[in-house]
Design a protein around this ligand. Structure first.
Ligand SMILES: Cc1cc2nc3c(=O)[nH]c(=O)nc-3n(C[C@H](O)[C@H](O)[C@H](O)COP(=O)(O)OP(=O)(O)OC[C@H]3O[C@@H](n4cnc5c(N)ncnc54)[C@H](O)[C@@H]3O)c2cc1C
Length: 458
């Protein structure tokens, strides 16, 4: 197998391609309203779950998506709903989310592909077992944690034949998965049935404030007056926030994945192996992700570099810095700003689609094939890439904005499929003045501006 040289790696995987959605299409809804109670910006997991929760409360919601529902990160994820090795500070939110996922299909009357399939992280050495014990101790007694160590025999029963299970693994039965191409579209449709106005190809160019509070959004189709706006724009949130002079540091990385189909079906458990990560899709195919992502060097990255240093240091082993002149210039162009009555960057890029790192995917598959006979003749059915985002402390933002009443942020999600249902519920709570089910203090926006010492949370 040809290994990819570091220089090739640096100049590959950082470009943007013409965006094509992987997600199930959602039919276009009605007309642009002149006013509503809440505008949700972004039709990914966070925007869709928020719109659903708001519509369930009887609020008049308009969701504006510049491209199509789940066209960006949310339609491109691996599909894991899990909490293994994540920071104890995230357990309450994830527990809440996992419980919401369990009854999601019933709640929306449609399939999100949700399955409780369990997740096994296989140990490569006794050191991995020690790390798992430490993590288990750090989350002991916290809600939703049911992970335990498994020995070689139990690990082997959960994996395809050929696995070197001698060091055992960490298994969490409540970890689950959903189908990213189905989930957000199904949630958006359910929100629509409850009266939410789901508008696609409707970019928000800017947020208007009057007397210091949010009063409207300006879209490419016209103005919508609203007392509350939820910004759930994924990788684009900082750009829209910048227009309001709001600091919102986020780092973007590109991840590649592929769906493969072995000749015969294998075990149904999802797994994190030395050779890669995969989700068993339940139909005999597997979604396999490359462990390493690509972090494109852009003017925005350089602007946030200082604030993002803690995250960069922690994630260094999992992301390769890459450079693409096109992506650099694309980002530079956006920083100049735009008028509300002309095309904005959001219309120029309807679907953000990074270049797929085929070489890295081939390497990952080659390694799986070398170790697991099940995958030896696996057919590659599809490859894709998507953008992941993180914040300086790797905690998402689920928050109102102190200096701008009426504005709410649901962004910075590295684990948005896992966290989406609880984040949407909490955002709807914040908008409607209720107390969220979990403590949202760690997710407040103010931490980026009030001098809080930010510590990276896995
Ligand atoms: C390869 C890969 C694997 C992943 N695997 C997992 C996993 O296994 N488990 C997990 O939990 N997470 C996973 N993730 C992360 C997860 O997909 C994201 O955290 C999640 O999709 C983020 O959702 P979002 O709604 O914040 O952003 P997005 O899905 O990016 O949605 C934001 C939307 O806002 C729209 N938008 C932006 N600006 C505007 C505007 N001005 N006007 C109108 N619309 C706008 C965009 O078009 C976009 O559709 C993975 C991600 C990738 C790329």
């Amino acid at each position: 197998m040809n290994r990819i040289t570091p220089l090739r790696r640096f100049f590959h995987g950082g470009a943007l391609e013409h965006g094509v959605s992987r997600a199930a299409p959602v039919p276009d809804a009605g007309m642009l309203p002149r006013e509503c109670d809440v505008v949700v910006i972004g039709g990914g997991f966070i925007g869709c779950f928020t719109a659903l929760a708001l519509a369930e409360r009887g609020l008049r919601v308009t969701l504006c998506e510049k491209g199509v529902i789940a066209g960006e990160a949310s339609g491109r994820s691996i599909g894991w709903i899990d909490s293994q090795y994540l920071s104890p500070r995230k357990m309450e939110l994830i527990d809440c989310s996992k419980r919401l996922w369990e009854r999601m299909d019933e709640r929306i009357g449609a399939s999100t592909g949700y399955r409780r399939c369990g997740l096994l992280s296989l140990f490569k050495s006794p050191d991995d077992a020690d790390a798992a014990r430490q993590w288990l101790a750090s989350v002991q007694g916290l809600p939703g944690v049911d992970a335990y160590l498994v020995d070689a025999r139990e690990a082997a029963s959960l994996l395809p034949a050929g696995a070197d299970t001698r060091h055992g693994g960490l298994y969490q039965p409540s970890d689950a998965c959903a189908e990213p191409t189905l989930a957000a579209p199904a949630v958006a449709l359910a929100a629509g049935r409850l009266g939410a106005n789901v508008l696609q190809h409707c970019a928000v160019r800017g947020i208007e404030c009057q007397a210091g509070r949010v009063s409207a959004v300006h879209t490419e189709r016209g103005r919508i007056a609203a007392q509350a706006v939820v910004l759930a724009g994924g990788a684009w949130s900082p750009l829209l926030a910048r227009r309001l002079g709001l600091p919102l540091p986020q780092l973007m990385a590109f991840g590649s994945a592929q769906r493969i189909r072995p000749a015969v079906a294998g075990p149904d458990t999802s797994a994190w192996l030395a050779q890669g990560i995969y989700r068993a899709n339940g139909d005999g195919s597997y979604t396999v992700g490359a462990v390493n992502g690509a972090a494109p060097l852009t003017p925005t990255t350089l602007r946030h570099l200082w604030q993002m240093l803690p995250a960069i240091r922690q994630m260094w082993s999992q992301v390769d810095p890459v450079f693409s002149l096109d992506t650099f210039l694309h980002d530079l162009k956006h920083l100049r700003g735009w008028p509300l009555d002309g095309p904005s960057p959001f219309e120029r890029c309807r679907i953000l689609q990074p270049e797929t790192r085929h070489g890295v995917l081939r390497e990952t598959l080659g390694q799986l094939q070398a170790h697991y006979p099940l995958f030896a003749d696996a057919r590659v059915e599809e490859t894709w890439a998507g953008a992941l985002v993180s914040t300086p402390d790797n905690m998402p933002v689920i928050s109102g904005v102190e200096r701008m009443p009426g504005l709410f942020l649901g962004t910075g999600f590295y684990y948005g499929l896992t966290m989406g249902p609880a984040a949407g519920q909490a955002l709807a709570d914040l908008v409607s003045g209720r107390t969220p089910e979990f403590d949202v203090h760690p997710y407040r926006h103010e931490r980026f501006v009030d001098g809080s010492a930010l510590q990276f949370q896995a």
